[in-house]
Design a protein around this ligand. Structure first.
Ligand code: AKG
Length: 211
């Protein structure tokens, strides 16, 4: 897969604070640069599963695929995601994200969007297994996709999440704001998103890597 690379070094002063009421959202462009090899490794190394959704009691497959890695299982949307042990590529990305955000993460949810027909609807990352108010760091590779945020009071805003960027959501954000990645039919290229999360209880696998 060939993505356009922006040939500029990381400049932390390029960060943008999008939200600073009822939580915070900060956007860091070009943290992973060059990024192509991360996309390729995640695409091939991760154990992708077709995401399903329950409608009127029946499970239906979605276009979006997911994977869950780390040291804690995760319950959401009536399902349990069993954690798979960290892969080397995930540990590399995690280390850079932890350095950037000065936070610690126990697990990561990966979403694979094959094209713009795949999206994720309005939701908040407020499941009971997550540490409330802890930072969630969202890393994007591949196609640029729009990311919308909507406050309980109706305020909305959007940002384009670019290849190699990190978006950090923190504080009470998930209690007041929902987010979505809308369908964008014109987008033909794939995208991978990773949300690194801090979990209430996490345990350590005997081995950090797959054999
Ligand atoms: O793909 C994204 O940018 C967002 C993914 C997301 O909302 C989630 O994993 O909860």
């Amino acid at each position: 897969m060939n993505f356009e690379q922006i040939e500029q070094p990381l400049r932390l002063e390029d960060q943008v604070q999008l939200i600073d009421r009822n939580g915070s959202v900060i956007y860091f462009p070009r943290i992973f640069h060059p990024s192509q090899h991360y996309f390729n490794r995640l695409n091939t190394d991760c154990c992708w599963q077709t995401e399903t959704v329950k409608v009127f009691g029946q499970w239906h497959p979605l276009r979006r695929q997911t994977a869950w890695y780390g040291t804690a299982n995760y319950r959401y949307s009536g399902q349990v995601k069993t954690a798979q042990p960290w892969l080397p590529v995930l540990l590399e990305i995690k280390a850079q994200v932890e350095e950037l955000t000065t936070d610690t993460y126990h697990a990561v949810l990966l979403n694979y969007y094959p094209d713009g027909l795949a999206g994720i609807g309005w939701h908040a990352d407020d499941e009971r297994d997550l540490n409330p108010n802890a930072a969630i760091a969202s890393v994007s590779f591949g196609a640029t996709r729009r990311f919308d945020l909507r406050h309980r009071d109706g305020e909305t805003l959007s940002i384009n999440l670019e290849d190699g960027s990190v978006l950090v959501m923190a504080g009470e954000l998930q209690q007041y704001w929902k987010h979505q990645v809308p369908v964008q039919r014109k987008i033909k290229q794939p995208r991978i998103n990773l949300t690194f999360r801090s979990m209430k209880s996490s345990f350590h696998f005997a081995s950090s890597f797959h054999p």
